[in-house]
Ligand binder design. Structure first.
Ligand SMILES: Nc1ncnc2c1ncn2[C@@H]1O[C@H](COP(=O)(O)OP(=O)(O)OP(=O)(O)O)[C@@H](O)[C@H]1O
Length: 329
């Protein structure tokens, strides 16, 4: 029986020992004889598990530890501590069967052969993964369909646009039909239409093959479109793991009241209801503490010349920014 395609991570850590070099020529000379090292705790005791077929967003600012985690989950890096199981395998054992079950797509790195059409890379991957001809044809046909690849297959990769290249990149990475997919910034640099096409494809692949996805992206639109659940990491530690819908209520202790006033109010009045986030003539937004939303909304409506009034959760970007800022403090 095929093992399930879930992921389990327990107390996973990765520490890098980094050589610190002093600046300038004399510094370099001194560093040669008096080497100083510093430990970077890129991933620091994280635990989570992902169910088969889930699409989980893995979010964090630059340097948070996302790529290092993905590299450990795909067997490219050996952990400094902790345990990982991906599809029932220990990734760094690098078993051939494990490699057939997973793929890692990095938006910033290409695996396609630059001067040749993408179809040549596909053939290389067919050989690497030992995909029988009939299966290769069938899978390539499906991927060509889903990603609309026909017009791209004969062009040298160097002549493809970034978005077209990403489509070919995805096809090359999925030819062996992995059921555990790691996507590191798959939409980076793409225009809005192409981002949407990639998202649609991820969704279809997930539905059709019940594949498990761990996805990093700096675009919240990717996350809101694809992920019910997010894991937020900063400085190598998990800040939040749960339902995307719960993110705001858990991490942001406030809501945002948006008002359209019928006439200006005296200076200093708005501030008495909460922190004013934005005030542009008659359009105003004010932060209201969650516990106090009803009472303060009633006061605003009773005391201010309000033409229109809504109360919303803060944007996902704001909530995540707040969580990062808090973890820095
Ligand atoms: N090989 C390495 N040697 C030393 N330090 C490293 C190495 N790889 C990563 N790091 C450090 O580990 C930390 C986490 O890096 P990582 O690439 O995992 O972050 P990230 O969340 O993927 O960031 P980004 O969004 O910028 O890609 C950073 O401080 C980085 O400088």
């Amino acid at each position: 029986m095929k093992p399930n395609n879930g992921i389990t991570v327990e107390h996973l850590s990765k520490h890098f020992k980094v050589h610190e070099r002093e600046a300038g020529l004399s510094g370099a000379w001194r560093s040669l004889f008096n080497r100083k090292f510093r430990m970077v705790e890129a991933v620091d005791d994280i635990s989570f598990s992902i169910e088969p077929g889930e699409i989980v967003g893995f979010l964090g600012p630059n340097g948070a530890g996302k790529t290092t985690t993905m590299k450990m989950l795909t067997g490219l890096l050996h952990p400094s501590g902790g345990r990982v199981q991906v599809g029932g395998y220990v990734p760094f054992e690098q078993k051939a069967d494990f490699k057939r079950r997973i793929t890692l797509v990095m938006g910033q790195k290409s695996q396609l052969i630059w001067d040749l059409p993408a179809s040549e890379t596909f053939l290389v991957n067919q050989a690497i993964y030992e995909i029988p001809d009939h299966q290769f044809k069938e899978i390539l046909g499906e991927l060509t369909d889903l990603l609309d690849l026909t017009p791209l297959l004969k062009k040298p990769v160097r002549n493809l646009s970034l978005g077209e290249r990403m489509k070919c990149e995805l096809a090359a990475s999925l030819l062996h039909r992995p059921d555990i997919v790691f996507l590191d910034e798959p939409t980076i640099g793409l225009d809005v239409n192409m981002q949407e096409a990639v998202r649609r494809f991820i969704q279809q692949y997930n539905e059709r093959f019940k594949a498990t996805f761990l996805l990093t992206s700096h675009y919240m639109a990717d996350v809101t479109a694809l992920c019910k659940r997010v894991i937020i990491i900063n400085h190598g530690k998990i800040l939040f793991d749960g339902d995307l819908g719960r993110l705001a209520t858990t991490l942001a202790p406030y809501k945002v009241a948006k008002l359209v006033l019928s006439e200006p109010v005296a200076q200093g009045v708005l501030e008495t209801y909460g922190e004013v986030l934005h005030s542009d003539n008659l359009q105003v937004s004010i932060k209201l503490p969650r516990a106090d939303v009803s009472a303060r909304s009633a006061q605003i409506l009773a005391q201010l010349p309000v033409q229109d009034f809504t109360v919303e959760d803060p944007s996902m970007e704001d909530v995540i920014g707040l969580a990062f800022a808090r973890s820095r403090a």
